[in-house]
Design a protein around this ligand. Sequence first.
Ligand code: XUL
Ligand code: CO
Length: 515
Amino acid sequence: MMMASLFVTSTRFRRVFIRSVCFMVVIMAHVSMASSSPSSSSGGGGGGEDSCPASSGECSSSSLSPQFFPTVPSVVPFVGSSSSPSKTEDSKSTTTPFAFRYYDADRVVLGKTMRDWLKFSMAYWHTTRNGGDDPFGAPTRSWPWDDGSDSIANAERRLDAFFELMTKLGVNYWCFHDRDLAPPGANVKESRANLETLTKAALKAQKRANATVLWGTAQLFKEPHYAQGAGTSPSPEVFAAAAAQVRAAMDATHALGGIGYVFWGGREGYQTLLNTDMELEMRHMASLLRMAAQHKKKVGFKGTLLIEPKPQEPMKHQYDYDVATTAMFLARHGLDDGNFMINVECNHATLSGHSCFHELETARMLKLLGNLDANTGDAQTGWDTDEFLTDPREATLVMLSVIRNGGLPVGINFDAKLRRESTDPEDLAIAHISGMDALARGLLNAAAIVEGGELDAMVKARYERWTSSDVGRAVESGKATLESLEKVAEQLESAPHLPSGKQERYEQILASYVR
Ligand code: XUL
Ligand code: CO
């Protein structure tokens, strides 16, 4: 027993000691490299292992910028998807995980570059703040740039690591919660001041990386006072705390040039209806959103406000259950005035019993489709696993909806995380490269479907008699009545003829485009 506990203590001591030494070494290397190179460039280049753009002609070994991801090349190159490379092609480019096979940022697809179709964003929370802990186990990762403290200096170092990765991947947008960017203070004023300090640091970092915020949000679900809701709390003081946080987070997003601002109501719902006044809670949620729309106008924030539906988790039931429920909520509370759009997240879609395609198409039909939180769930798992979307068929359907929408007014955020078992910094790069490639591949497939035109033509033909027949036109124009239609029905000699729905043919065509 004694031996066992000594072993545990010494093993733990050794781990902490090794971690501290490693951390110091990385930070010292970081500082010395940073002092020899004031800025890092995000220019083009051929994917060499150094951190200078090969094309700049300014690189020398003394101008290396800090490297928290030393195995990831300074610019992840596009190498194409050919599975049978020519003899002259660098064989490394066909096997390395650090290369794009489909994402070719400048390639024009249906009149727009891939970069414009796919406004990729990295999520600050999953990338810098997710240590891999789960309800059964402690964190499995300790990133070399993070000393685990809640200090401002540590928060600023996270920015350096995050933007190094963004620059290397060629990602130009990022998303954050107030609390993962800046540590909370002892009170509202201190928290706001911390966020303002980190906003200034982020502004400098994103300028160097030629990046901007896709959307910001307030984390209204982690702290204990939000246990019973934020905008839907039974306590007016908690509601006030939430309002203060929303204001500060909106101001930070505005200062960082955000294209959007998201409301995700993790605690806006109930655990039991027995203690819940649903009507009051939803009315209060609407008033918080109305205040946000007023604040947007007051400060001149031009970004889009978005609501991100999710049916449950952490609450048993969340009010923004799915796209249709959210649209009805907006309409019922007079919030359907163009101020709010929807952020569809694929794993949330499947949790609500829909496909991501269904949620995207519903939002598109309602003219509310603003942003995609790109991820996927696990068919054998009943919760939000936030995996990177890599399935080509799924990516094709997602991008078909995006193309039909003419693109996304806000963009595509990788709200996706590493598995708990993945513990190398380079795993973050590999995950994002796979996610970016999957959606680029989906875009190419979906563009081919649109250009091929078979599916559209078949759908058009399926509904053709609503314009070609007298009875169809009468219904479409609103002139038909039950009596007039009864006359039409009576004139039929037998039951109406119904052509085949041809689902198998539609699926066969889709499969032929999925590459
Ligand atoms: C949670 C989720 C959040 C929101 C932002 O399921 O998706 O990360 O995107 O709060
Ligand atoms: Co999300």
